[in-house]
Design a protein. Sequence first.
Length: 453
Amino acid sequence: MLSEEGIHLIKYQELESGDKNELKKTLGPYMLWGLGVGYVISGMYFGWNLGLEKGGTLGLAVATFFIIIMYLAFTFSYTELACSIPKAGGAFDYAFRALGKNWGFLGGMAQNIEFIFAPPAIAFAIGAYLNILLPSIPILGIAIFAYFVFTALNIYGVQAAASFELIITVIAVIGLLIFAGATLPEFKWENLSYNALPNGWTGAFAALPFAIWFFLAIEGVANVAEETINPQRNVLIGFGSAILTLVILCIITFASSVGLGGWEVIVFPEAGADPSDSPLPLAMAHSVGQSHFLYKLVTFIGLFGLIASFHGIILAAGRATFEFGRVGFAPRNLGLVHRKFKTPANALLVNMGIGIVALLTGKTSEIITIACFGALSLYIISMISLLVLRKKEPDLVRPFKVPFYPLSPIVALVIAAIAFVAIVVYNPILALIYLGLMSLTYIWFRIAYQEKS
């Protein structure tokens, strides 16, 4: 007689093997590096500076230090899962296999919320950056137009989408290096210490969502594992090189921005103004003036960084939603691929609709925080899944094993849990909105999935 765990594993394998809507394998390690860095690099160009208003230089720096540790531990732990179970659902597939359908749903839904809510925040920044160059074009109009263009590109094909992502990611990295080269000569240590902790140490906790924004969505690399050639080798190379690149860029961007003139220079365009979605242009304006060639160049290249993340996360979100539909945890139509292009067109279009609705709220900071709730939930559930799978399935083929096990996943789990609690404390209304989304969708899942079972 089969054990409960044996029945559960058979059920998972039936969901996998019984579906003919498979994705094409076209991606190699360079494409994965481009996707991994591209998903995240917009976090260097905007969003993180909003944490300076909460925590000041020291508060955000301390928050970012612990978040870097979390992401290093998480990324290499998540790579083990991605190489062992190279499926488009990412966290959903890992949690389903390790913890069962209920936790699988919750992990997958958290992932969907992260990937669906991050692009609207980035779209706002795209509008803000382009509005600097072309003031006559409305920010919201630019953001909505971007959704249509990049959703269409993702429907056209993953190879074209990933190739485009690689090109614009390289340009965005060059842009950050140009920015650092222009501002670091004016770096002064005293600018880092000026009003460094305006709200006390509690500000460091309030700054956590914006420290996470530096790296949010790096895990999206796992969602294209099913479309990767030799995923057991290439996912490791792409994932590992991406997170190391991002840590270096984070440190350089933080230091060169704040060291130029203090944190207030890259948060407020002028005294009494609302916080800005374009911190690097603010820094360049302070350094060389708005008429200087470098100011316009950094602003222009900043658009490439924002587009890289916007486009890349749309790609990952489409795969996550597609997998949910493919296994019946969401309407089955979401799990269909386009007949001609073999891409998850339905999932991409639905995600675009939700993103545009979020855009219309006009709340960048709040949208970032909701995306962070989803990300932290995903990290917590994924690390528990890794620990459980090591015990439940010791013979599972693991082409890559996380170094320093079990310390690495435990460190990522503990920091993610502390960060989640801290963000709840400082954002109780947004926490209720997030938990409401999770609860309502879970109730729907329990009713609908039981009917299908």
